[in-house]
Structures are given as C-alpha cells and as structure tokens.
Design a protein around this ligand. Structure first.
Ligand SMILES: [Cu+2]
Length: 463
C-alpha cells in the first residue's frame, strides 16, 4: 500500500470510529423518522400550492463522513434539484424517506430531484454505517414552525455529537485552546510554585459549558517540570470566593496521606513541600471527598520529573493529559452520578481538557524531527491506549520501565497503555510531511473527543 492510500485508509478508519461511538444514538433517532412536528393538513396544502415554478438547485457536498451544509432551509415546499458533490474518497448518497436516492462516486457530482413537503425532510447517506458515522441532515421549509426545526447535530465537522442528556448550547463561548507545548524544567533546585484553586465556567467541547474546579484556572492544571533531587514548595490557595474545600495530592511525592494532602477550606492556604526523588510523568489531583468528583470536575495536572542529568535534547516536546468529561447540566458541575457509574460512559474523552482541540488546531512539528510527548492519563476511570497514527515510538519510558533505541534490539512500540494515574514519555519521528492523528486506540472514544493531529511540515504528503 502506498503512502497516499495508507493515509486515506487511516482517515477513513478514524471516521469509522465514530460509528461505534454513536450507533446507539443512531438506532434511537433514525433519521428517516420525521423529527418535525406535522403541520395541520390545510397548511400543508397551501404550502404545496406555492411550489416554485423553476426548480431551485440545492448544492450539498458529501465528505467522509458528513454533509455540508448539513441542515438546509428552503423558502417553500415543492420540487427541488439536489446537486450532490461528493468530495469524499469513497461513494456516498443522499437518501430521502420518500425513496429518492442520489448517489455519487468519489469526486463525482450528480443531480436529482426531490419533493420537499411543508414539514421538511431528513436525509441520510444509506451506505451501511455512514448514517451512524454522521452522514445525516435535514431540509426544512422556512415557513414551517420554527420550533419544529430540529437540526440532527451541530455542524462541527467532528462526526456525530456524543450521546448525552445534555443539550448543546449553540451560544456557548468558544473554548480556550490549551497550549500543548511542554514547559522547560524550572531553574534552580528549590521551586516555589503558587497554585490558586479557581472555580469557574469552562467550555469543554463546542456547545458545552461546565462549572469546573481548577488548579490555576485551567484544566488540566499547569505542567510542573523539575529534576530529580529538586525541592518543590507548593503554595496551595483556596480563595474565599470559592464554594468548597479542596486539596492536592502529588503522586511524585512521598508524604503521609493525612499530612500535606489534607483539605483546606475556602479562604485558607497551605504549603505542600516535597522532594523529587523519582523521575517520571506524574499525576497531581485534588483528593477532597468525593475525590472522584473533584478529579472529574477538572482538578488534575502533570508533574514531569527529569533524571538529575536531564533528558536528552529533542526537537519538539509536548505534554498531553487524557481525561474524561461526564456532563452535568450546562454551566453546572460535572455529573458525579455519571462519573460514579460502574461502567462509566463519559460524553467526552479529551486531551488537555477540550474535545478535539488539536484536531482543530494541529500540533506542528518539523518533518523527520524528534518528537517527545509526555503523556498522562488522569482518568478518573478509563484506560488510555495512547497512539500516534503513522508513527512508531522508538522510546517509551512508562512508569519507570524503559524502551530505548540503544537497548531495544530492534523493537518498537505502537501504543502505550496507561491506566488512570499512569504516565509515560514517548518519542518518535515523522516519516514525511503529513498528518499524524493522536488517539487513544480505545476507538470508541475517538469519536468522543479523543482526537488530535500532529502536522508534519505543510501537512500534505503529496507535494
Ligand atoms: Cu478539589
């Protein structure tokens, strides 16, 4: 298989991931079942009487796997020409519930006619699996009751929205991009670090705002990077403007649980001092009861402890924290009930706090350059299988166990398994210009936000 077709297969595979993620949802809300409320018969008749004399053309592009636009509005009921432009690399169709099917091969444009009734009509791609992957849309009639217009999903290009009882708020603020670049190690050997707990609203995915608890105002909290032998003196502050007690637990420290890790009330602060005795990628988190809720609500971050002599220089370094969002009501805390389920089913699994943020804003690297990623699975409950599509990890240092090129006897690593609270350092290079998706290879979560991209060079392997 050549590189080009390999890339396409990869992208196609990623898109297929969302099939699994959302097949339940699709089953329950078959797009062929009308979702609009039916207008009174007399109104339908009068709408049909005002059919346009010449057929208006509605241009709909299909891609792998979606339609653009996905939700259209026409001025009145009647016969329309549908122009299907297939921008995808595989065949797609537009299938209407009245039996109208317009099919187009890759890079083909096909037109057909359909009669849009007053109550509007949904459409899907009937190729098996494509509807569940997000290939569905609707055509509404402008004069129809506005309340009857039910877009099937947000047009955010990221595949189907995850199954949730929480309705997306299209007026939610844009998310704030979390800088994935790993910081350099702090200078010196004794570090004073102030961590202020902030309770605040955060857009965790387009359309979803949660009232999160944070270390330092971001989820995850700041990456703290030191070396073995360093002393870290954390000043933890819980401002009086907050509502609940909080605490901090550094996995990189060796202290009694009922000493530095104890909670502080609002308006209090404390010092938590520890010595970095062991190298690795470590988790820190709030341990205040119920710790599950405090972690699920955003209180976690990464500590990097380098060996005393430091890590070898590489061209790029990134820090990625995988975690889960169990959505509570808009603007409220995440759902402890969902998070506490024996079979947890988060709406989102994310890298650095926000669903798909590095798919929308790829992490740029030089082609062929050495890339190091510090990875932490903050959970709280689901394992990660960290993988970068199209690369092989030549170095893995996971929980103290090392795979190094100089000692590997030719072995490499494809995915690093991280249970909640485990961390690793992985290193790889990119073979050519192009896109290298970042996923957890637990693929049901890729469609739920656990998707990013490394972009090597200009991102295009063909030029
Ligand atoms: Cu807390």
């Amino acid at each position: 298989m050549n590189r080009r077709s390999f890339t396409m297969v990869v992208i196609f595979s990623l898109l297929l991931a969302s099939i699994a993620a959302c097949s339940d949802q699709a089953d329950r809300t078959s797009s062929l079942a009308p979702t609009t409320s039916i207008k009174p018969e007399s109104q339908v008749v009068s709408q049909q009487a005002s059919q346009p004399a010449s057929k208006e053309v509605l241009e709909i592009h299909s891609f792998d796997m979606g339609f653009k636009p996905q939700n259209l509005t026409v001025p009145s009921a009647g016969v329309y020409t549908i122009k299907l432009v297939n921008d995808g690399v595989i065949p797609h169709d537009i299938t209407f519930p009245d039996g109208t099917v317009i099919s187009a091969k890759a890079n083909e444009t096909v037109t057909g006619e359909v009669t849009i009734p007053a109550e509007g009509m949904n459409f899907i791609c009937a190729v098996p699996g494509h509807e569940a992957a997000g290939m569905k849309g609707s055509i509404q009639v402008a004069s129809a009751d506005a309340a009857a217009i039910t877009p099937t999903m947000m047009d955010d290009h990221s595949g189907p929205a995850p199954e949730s009882d929480i309705v997306a708020d299209e007026s939610a603020p844009e998310y704030t991009l979390y800088d994935a670049k790993a910081p350099t190690a702090l200078e010196g050997t004794v570090h004073e670090v102030e961590l202020v707990v902030e309770e605040k609203d955060m857009t965790v995915a387009p359309g979803y705002v949660q009232h999160v608890w944070t270390f330092g105002g971001t989820v995850p909290g700041p990456v703290i990077r030191v070396k073995v032998g360093d002393t870290v003196r954390i000043q933890l502050k819980n401002p009086s403007s907050n509502k609940v007690p909080h605490s901090i637990d550094f996995h990189s420290s060796e202290v009694a649980w009922n000493d530095e890790m104890t909670s502080i009330n609002v308006g209090e602060d404390k010092v938590y001092e520890w010595k970095a005795n062991y190298a690795g990628v470590w988790m820190y988190h709030c341990g205040t009861t119920p710790a599950l809720h405090h972690i699920a609500n955003g209180m976690y971050g990464m500590v990097i402890v380098e060996p005393k002599e430091g890590l070898p220089a590489v061209d790029h370094e990134f820090a990625l924290v995988q975690s889960e969002w169990y959505l509570g009501p808009q603007g409220d805390l995440v759902s402890l009930e969902k998070a506490a389920s024996a079979a947890p089913a988060p709406e989102y699994v994310v890298f650095n706090g926000v669903a798909n943020q590095y798919k929308d804003h790829p992490l740029e690297v030089k082609t062929g350059a050495s890339v190091r990623v510090f990875v932490l699975n903050a959970g709280p409950s689901i394992d990660s299988s960290f993988h970068v599509v199209g690369t092989i990890f030549n170095t893995v240092i996971k929980e103290g166990v090392q795979l190094r090129p100089e000692t590997a006897n030719g072995y490499g690593s494809q995915a690093v398994d991280l249970a909640p609270a485990q961390g690793a350092i992985v290193e790889f290079t990119t073979a050519e210009d192009g896109l290298y998706p970042i996923v957890t290879h637990a693929f049901n979560f890729v469609g739920r936000g656990a998707l990013g991209l490394f972009q090597a060079g200009d991102g295009d392997p063909k030029n």
